[in-house]
Ligand binder design. Structure first.
Ligand SMILES: [Zn+2]
Ligand SMILES: [Zn+2]
Length: 144
């Protein structure tokens, strides 16, 4: 997308918003499509989805007019852990309160494999709690 077409698209939205009260971001996207600004329309549609529908036409225009370099998405550090059998396969079985295997084909939970949704951290350990602790320190160094 070049800056000139983006600002032309923004201008188009602003003009339309003057006559359409309560114009929504998705209407702005439709308008851009009708005028051949399909790339910009796509930018707006994505923004509408990202903001759970909370994007006015005015905000859509600002988006196109403003800094077009996409901001890096905020990295989330969500902890995920999967129990594993001794042979390394995932254990998704039910386990007795005392940690014993109760389902056929289950050899019991040997350890846990944990990862972070940021993709830069993973660890294994005997308990989920230990991994959560380890993940907390990973997150604190990353979010500092
Ligand atoms: Zn992380
Ligand atoms: Zn199992």
């Amino acid at each position: 997308m070049t800056d000139t077409t983006a600002s032309a698209a923004a201008q188009l939205i602003r003009e339309a918003a003057k006559t359409r009260r309560g114009m929504h971001g998705k209407h702005a996207a439709e308008l851009l499509d009708q005028h051949g600004h399909s790339e910009e329309a796509e930018v707006i549609r994505r923004a509408v989805v990202e903001r759970s529908g909370h994007l006015s036409a005015k905000q859509a225009a600002d988006l196109l007019d403003g800094d077009n370099t996409p901001k890096p998405a905020k990295v989330r550090h969500t902890f995920r852990a999967t129990a594993r059998h001794a042979d390394g396969t995932d254990c998704t079985h039910k386990i007795s309160p005392r940690g014993k295997a109760v389902e056929p084909g289950c050899t019991g939970r040997h350890d846990y494999r944990a990862s972070c949704t940021c993709g830069t951290w993973q660890d294994t350990g005997p308990t989920r709690a230990a991994l959560e602790f380890s993940h907390t320190s990973h997150r604190s160094t990353r979010e500092a």
